[in-house]
Design a protein around this ligand. Structure first.
Ligand SMILES: [Mg+2]
Length: 394
């Protein structure tokens, strides 16, 4: 078992507690001040005891935990500490795949002679992070990425769990399908409607029923449910990202119009990704308010996307969860990162039907020009039509 998944516990809140020892043992909530429209980004385990959770509106958190310490995120500080954590990880293997600011996979196949077993390496990482940075990190060990991440989630906080044959046999079937990396709340709800709640339920269901919900990813998810995952730990992709952004002639306040622009940007990104035969594993949105505050939000996915509406779903989710929703925008951008070759992608995610529609639309755009065909919901958008001079393509 050579794959380690490392994930810092309540990262932003823990960093704050490290810089402010007087906050240790207290409920720390990073995201925004009470009364703001923000959502909880991270909260300490002390705050979780009150029922506070990530992505919860700040005001709801405040009702549950009025005595909490409420903070705005200090991303530069978290990025600096994240760098220090990754420097520790690099001691134990050069094969590191960054998932986010506080999460990574390590392949330690070639590290045993120097450092011992995977469990010993995991212990050393935990000790180094605790001693040098005063933070706690959970580490899951398994034969593949899916199980390693699962092991981390099951062992948090300050966990160390090895997911071996015994655990795969005894624990895996009883877990809810929401533990499967890539199955979001929407898909989980659709599965629940047909009585699929646990991994065992999914494996016992007829294939035709699963295909109706999981589409072309059915096989991929069935394999995950059996504990099988062949995706390698991938060191940072060499390819850059690609993106489009629009600066509006006048600040845009209307939510519906903002969402239309977002959809148009996602369609343009989707078109470029497909024309380059790529799949994107990270979607980022960029927003700038009239007072020039710029905010970016990203999501990294276990499997790549290239369909317009799959990209839009992610972008819209990021927009809706940003603490900027409701305010006017002077700029909006979408970019796709962690790009990999389409034929290196093990099965594509989400929207089969739309991929066909995307294909037809792409063919028409190639033959007759980019503005020939648009999704119906974009026709009335005045901000994205031809002749917009303030669009930047990167
Ligand atoms: Mg974390």
């Amino acid at each position: 078992m050579n794959i380690l998944h490392c994930d810092l516990d309540a990262f932003f809140a823990s960093v704050e507690q490290r810089y402010h020892p007087e906050w240790k043992g207290k409920p720390v909530i990073v995201g925004g001040q009470p009364g703001s429209r923000g959502v909880v980004s991270t909260c300490s385990y002390e705050a979780r005891a009150y029922g506070v959770r990530s992505a919860m509106p700040i005001n709801q958190a405040y009702r549950l935990c009025p005595q909490g310490i409420y903070l705005l995120p200090d991303l530069p500080k978290y990025q600096e500490v994240s760098q220090q954590v990754f420097t520790i990880l690099q001691r134990y293997s050069p094969i590191i795949e960054t998932i986010s600011i506080d999460e990574a996979f390590l392949d330690v196949s070639a590290s045993h002679l120097l450092f011992g077993s995977s469990a010993q390496i995991a212990s050393m990482i935990k000790e180094d992070v605790a001693r040098e940075l005063g933070l706690s990190i959970s580490v899951g060990i398994a034969a593949n990425k899916f199980l390693a991440k699962l092991a981390t989630n099951l062992s948090k906080p300050d966990g160390l769990l090895e997911m071996g044959e015994e655990q795969i046999r005894d624990i895996l079937p009883r877990l809810p399908v929401t533990e499967i990396w890539g199955i979001g709340s929407k898909t989980a709800l659709r599965l629940k409607r047909v009585g699929i709640i646990t991994i065992a339920d999914l494996l016992a269901s007829p294939r035709s029923q699963l295909e109706g919900i999981l589409g072309s990813n059915t096989d991929f998810y069935i394999r995950l449910c059996k504990g099988q995952d062949t995706r390698p730990v991938e060191v940072e992709s060499k390819r850059q990202s690609l993106g489009n952004e629009i600066t509006f002639p006048q600040d845009l306040a209307d939510q519906e119009e903002i969402q239309q622009v977002l959809l148009e940007l996602c369609c343009r990104i989707g078109y470029r990704i497909r024309q380059s035969s790529l799949m994107a594993h990270t979607i980022t949105i960029k927003m700038r308010t009239p007072d020039f505050k710029t905010l970016t939000r990203s999501k990294t996915l276990p499997q790549g996307v290239d369909a317009d509406l799959a990209i839009y779903d992610i972008a819209l989710d990021l927009y809706r969860n940003s603490d900027i929703i409701g305010s006017s925008l002077r700029l909006l951008g979408v970019s796709a990162g962690k790009l990999i070759d389409r034929n290196e992608e093990p099965g594509t995610l989400f929207y089969d039907k739309n991929q066909t529609l995307d294909g037809i639309m792409d063919d028409m755009k190639k033959k007759f020009g980019r503005e020939t065909i648009k999704r119906g919901s974009l026709l009335k958008s005045k901000h994205t039509n031809k002749g917009n001079k303030s669009e930047t393509i990167v």
